[in-house]
Design a protein around this ligand. Structure first.
Ligand code: ADP
Ligand code: ADP
Length: 240
């Protein structure tokens, strides 16, 4: 089943210089697969990913045309409010900032906002479940009330993954989530992603072919804002 789909999606920056960053992309992202979008720096990966979550809406001088569908429903031209849209389409950036709250509250926050728990015990259970899913529970279980800002950058990256997953999105978008990390933290986050890929629908942007080869089920190669190849990972790397 297709979770997310774009038809003729184009994004143009209309500031001082006109940049057609994404030029009419048709793609569909299947359920419970990790799709890696790869390609050289500046090819439009990040611009495309942000369009899926309507993150360009909040910037001036950006034009988005074409269509995005989430489980068949339009993402643009819809009455679905932004918070509900962003709950259903989770987005984790390269260098996320935790909320200025405790480790526990960073995960609990969205569950409270979206009313996704029915008791304090249930909230505790969910916070633990998602911290375990990102392999963070053992590192933080004894200091859940400590400020999240005190964690290492790799731990913050995993915390922000947990925060996105806790609100039960249909799809998780990950934008270069290991790029800002030291090698050991990057490896930890990559291992976490490999685990999540078993259970979730993930669209991941990476500049690393090797990371795509290690993690992805499906690979999309973008070049100058256009899809050059979209294939399952085995075929993609077998036929250069
Ligand atoms: P990638 O993620 O593949 O590195 P980007 O999506 O960041 O590529 O950028 C695609 C193109 O759009 C590049 O030419 C980049 O310089 C340009 N671009 C990105 N953001 C902006 C912006 N805010 N204003 C103008 N041009 C931009
Ligand atoms: P990423 O690597 O996460 O895609 P970049 O380093 O490309 O991010 O861009 C960082 C910020 O600068 C983004 O907000 C992007 O939109 C903006 N940006 C990137 N390229 C340009 C550009 N050519 N002109 C203006 N802004 C840009």
């Amino acid at each position: 089943d297709t979770v997310l789909e774009t038809r003729n999606l184009a994004v143009t920056y209309t500031g001082d210089r006109r940049v057609e960053a994404v030029k009419g992309v048709d793609l569909s992202f299947p359920e419970n697969r990790l799709t890696a979008i790869i390609g050289p720096s500046g090819c439009g990966k990040s611009t495309y990913l942000k369009a899926l979550d309507r993150l360009h809406d909040i910037q001036p001088n950006v034009e988005v045309t074409g269509e995005v569908y989430l489980r068949g429903e339009p993402v643009y031209d819809t009455d679905v409010p932004a918070p509900e849209l962003r709950r259903r389409i989770g987005y984790v950036p390269q260098d996320p900032t935790p909320l200025p709250l405790s480790i526990y509250e960073n995960v609990a926050y969205g569950l409270r906002i979206h009313d996704l728990h029915d008791s304090k015990d249930d909230l505790d259970d969910r916070v633990e479940r998602y911290l375990r899913q990102v392999d963070l529970w053992d590192e933080v279980a004894d200091r859940l009330d400590a400020p999240a800002a005190g964690l290492s950058t790799g731990q913050i990256q995993r915390l922000c993954l947990a925060r996105s997953l806790a609100v039960e999105p249909d799809v998780l978008l990950c934008d270069e989530v290991t790029s800002a990390l030291d090698p050991v933290s990057a490896e930890n986050v990559e291992e976490t992603l490999a685990g999540l890929a078993e259970e979730y629908t993930i669209v991941m942007v990476t500049h690393s072919m090797d990371q795509a080869r290690r993690l992805a089920d499906e690979v999309v190669f973008l070049y100058l804002g256009e899809v050059v190849e979209a294939n399952d990972v085995r075929s993609f790397f077998e036929n250069p």
